[in-house]
Design a protein around this ligand. Structure first.
Ligand code: O2Y
Ligand code: MN
Length: 602
């Protein structure tokens, strides 16, 4: 398809990239179903994808990536600002001129033998005052079909852009040019040292090279909607956060909108699609990963989900852990690095259905009893195997999930994964304390983590890999948003669903988490009790709705108590983490730390 835009700057950028990358063809995406179907057919014909059994999984396909290209590559992710200080201590920095020189050398001729696709996409409902337009150039049909699901693609985006509208240029190549007559491979990509996921926040520009996987290649998601958008949000006075959005409706019909930030492996998609166990409460999903929030004329913070689909981790997703996700992916979905079953469906570990034989994510015959050389079970699906599915297919998608005005946020929730010490839930005393809670959110390292000396992994607001500028400036921006919101600021809470006694979980999680959300809503309404602790306000056991809950009184007491000694023991680690932020650590954060230490009697 040829270009249908009169946007001069866009046409100029595309022809510059064409000149540099030298593709065999150029194709402008129109976002239609016919286009999606044709590109899926292309990936089937080339052997890049396998069609799943239409009786089991209609209109769905499976891709297998190259074994070296299975996840985001944080070591190869760069925030490139003229002054290195502006990237801050949590990002890799490279000088923009040097980075562009290195990458331009790789980009030169990199699309030989391939088609250059131009994908006009909107992050957020088209025309929403909170939405932004991106244009992704890619040589990967896999990226195009995923972008069709994850964003709003096509002519209507170009129409919105008009002749002069602002767009974020996102350049992507798998980094695998084809010589004349050379046969393509199923998953082209470049070696790790040639992978670059580069962000130029001062220019609103993204350059990604060498990887075809997820967050490295679907540039609307982590690159645009978080790294570039967080920098834009700071400049423009709004917020781009790594947060799910949900609506909780109480039995009286009052709606509460919650935005929650969790690092990966904390059940974010499960919480986004939570089904309450408490009678009369209803939960609806608005988004599972990213929230863009602006202060609207009513003085409140309104959120949209900039995405249109879910790019969820497959392993662990089951009818028990997340029935709504399982229903969402029943059809019209793309799967990556899952097991292909003998009846042409997909499978992964902890799906809670048996699979006795299949083809694993590497394309090998697989049975669940297979072991590697060290005697460890060989997984059939890669741990970061993914499903890509349209959000509109979620049975509990909120009817207002595409409201261009967004939904007014009542509650912010932060969290991490802690088997000990951190109680089930606490509430910030005020906004600044809430910023401190989010900034110091931490998880225990997973067993696989190499650095055994580190007891905690701080992941401020779950933005550690996604904040596109200096983390100290980011916290300052949070404080300043609070000043503007005043009394209308969301109330801030911190949760930990993961307390253990030995191997036993103390809290059942999943739908039972609705009891904790209910307490939060009642705190917003001013109807629930709480006690003051050094961490913040916490429910006494009687303040939580525990009717029908199978948690013993002693466990509940443990979940809802604060061990001052344990928190005092962590202060050195906290100080070391904050010290890394250097002289851009906001004064207000220092005051919060001092107040926290004083409350702990340290
Ligand atoms: O590994 C990837 O490329 C995807 S990472 C991802 C995908 C969906 C939602 N969240 C994440 C994340 O890392 O936070
Ligand atoms: Mn995420």
């Amino acid at each position: 398809m040829a270009s249908t835009t009169q946007h001069k700057a866009l046409l100029k950028w595309v022809s510059e990239i064409e000149r540099m990358c030298r593709p065999a063809h150029v194709y402008w995406c129109d976002g239609t179903k016919a286009e999606y179907d044709a590109l899926i057919k292309l990936t089937l014909d080339t052997g890049a994808a396998t069609r799943l059994n239409p009786d089991r999984r209609p209109n769905s396909v499976l891709f297998r990536s190259h074994p070296s290209d299975v996840a985001r590559v944080e070591d190869r992710t760069f925030i490139s600002t003229p002054d290195s200080e502006d990237a801050g201590p949590t990002n890799n920095w490279m000088d923009p001129a040097e980075l562009k020189r290195e990458m331009a050398a790789l980009y030169t001729g990199c699309m030989a033998g391939r088609t250059l696709y131009v994908i006009p996409f909107s992050m957020g409902p088209i025309g929403s005052p909170i939405a932004k337009v991106g244009i992704e150039i890619t040589d990967s049909p896999y990226v195009v079909v995923n972008m069709h699901i994850m964003t709003r693609v096509g002519q209507k985006v170009l129409d919105t852009l008009g002749e002069k509208g602002e767009f974020i240029p996102c350049l992507h190549s798998v980094g695998a040019p084809l010589a004349p007559g050379q046969k393509d491979v199923a998953w082209p990509c470049a070696p790790i040292g040639q992978k670059y996921i580069s962000h130029f926040p001062d220019e609103n520009l993204i350059w990604s090279y060498g990887s075809g996987y997820g967050g490295n290649a679907l540039l609307g998601k982590k690159c645009l909607a978080l790294r570039i958008a967080s920098a834009m949000a700071r400049r423009e006075g709004w917020m781009a956060e790594h947060m799910l959005i949900l609506r909780l409706t109480n039995p009286a019909g009052r709606r509460f909108h919650i935005a929650a930030a969790f690092p990966s492996a904390c059940g974010k998609t499960n919480l986004a699609m939570l089904q309450p166990t408490i009678p009369g409460w209803k939960c609806e999903c608005i988004g599972d990963d990213i929230a863009w929030m602006k202060i609207r004329p009513d003085g409140r913070l309104h959120a949209i989900n900039p995405e249109a689909g879910f790019f969820g981790v497959a392993p662990g997703t089951s009818y028990k852990s997340n029935p709504m996700a399982m229903k969402t992916i029943r059809a019209n979905s793309i799967f990556t690095n899952c097991v292909l079953t003998d009846d042409g469906d997909i499978w992964w570990e902890d799906m809670d259905v048996p699979c006795t034989h299949g083809i694993d994510w590497k394309g090998q015959e697989w049975t669940p009893d297979m072991k590697d050389a060290d005697g460890k079970p060989i997984k059939g699906a890669h741990p970061n195997a993914r499903f890509t599915a349209p959000a509109r297919q979620c049975p509990v998608i909120c009817p207002d999930w595409e409201d261009p005005a967004g939904v007014p946020i009542d509650i912010f929730v932060f969290g991490g994964r802690r088997t000990h010490v951190m109680p089930l839930v606490h509430q910030a005393f005020d906004w600044d304390h809430g910023v401190f809670m989010g900034a110091t959110a931490a998880s225990e390292p997973t067993a696989a983590a190499l650095d055994v000396k580190v007891k905690l992994r701080y992941d401020p607001m779950a933005m550690l890999p996604f904040c596109g500028y200096h983390i100290g400036d980011y916290w300052q921006h949070w404080f300043e948003m609070g000043d503007r919101l005043g009394e209308k600021a969301p109330k801030v809470f911190y949760v930990n669903w993961f307390r253990k006694d030995g191997k036993r979980w103390l809290w059942p999680g999943f739908g039972e988490n609705s009891r904790v959300l209910k307490w939060m809503c009642e705190r917003v309404e001013g109807t629930a009790g709480a006690r003051r602790t050094p961490l913040g306000y916490m429910p006494a056991p009687a303040d939580l709705d525990t009717a029908g809950l199978e948690v013993g009184a002693a466990d509940l007491e443990t979940l809802l108590s604060v061990d001052g000694n344990a928190f005092r023991d962590e202060l050195d680690e906290l100080d070391a983490f904050l010290k890394k932020v250097g002289d851009r650590l906001p004064e207000r954060m220092k005051r919060q730390v001092a107040a926290y230490k004083q409350r702990l009697g340290a």
